[in-house]
Design a protein around this ligand. Sequence first.
Ligand SMILES: [Mg+2]
Length: 196
Amino acid sequence: MPRKNPSEALRAICYGQDMTEPPAPSARRGAVIFDRDGVLNHEVGFAHRPDQITWIPGALSAVKAVNDAGLFAFVATNQSGVARGLYTEADVVTLHAWMNGQLAEVGAHIDAFVYSPYHPEAPLDAYRRDSDCRKPGPGLIRRLLADWPVDPGRVCLIGDRETDMAAARAAGIEGVLFTGGDLGETVAPVIARLTA
Ligand SMILES: [Mg+2]
C-alpha cells in the first residue's frame, strides 16, 4: 500500500499488515493497541493457525467498541515462533487476515497488525536479532505512531504481560494490564478516557 510518509527506518526492522487505508494526517485519532495472544485470543503457545484461536470473552465486541468510538484499533504482537522456525511470516499474515474476517462478522476490524518475528537466540539466522521491535522494546508501537495519524496523547496499549507494560512505557504511552475475564470490561474505561 503506498504511503505519503513512510517510516523507512522502522519499516526495515518491523513488520506489519495494514488492513485499512490510513486516513489523511489531519484526521488524528486516538488508538487502542491490543497485544494479541492472551488478550484477543487465549494463550496456547505459538498459535499460528485458525484452529488454535479461541477468542477471549468479549474480544470481538471490544474491538467493535473501539471502532465505533472513532479510535484506531491496532494489534502489536511478538511472534518469535517465526525466529524459532515453528511457522513462517506468511502464516502470521494469513492468520491475521483470518482474524479480521472473524471480526468482520460482527462489523469490527483491526486497522493494522504489526509483529516482531525476531528472537535474540533464534535458530534461524535471518531472525536472530535483539530487536527493538520485540516487546519490551517500543519499536512496534513507534511504528504505528509514525505510520498512522494517531493523536499521541490518546493512545493505550492493552497487554497481559509486564513486557507489554514495559513496551508501552518505553514508547511513552499508557499501558493497561488485562488480567482475564471479559475483555470488554477492561476496554470500556479505556475508550471512555481516550474519547473524553
Ligand atoms: Mg500476550
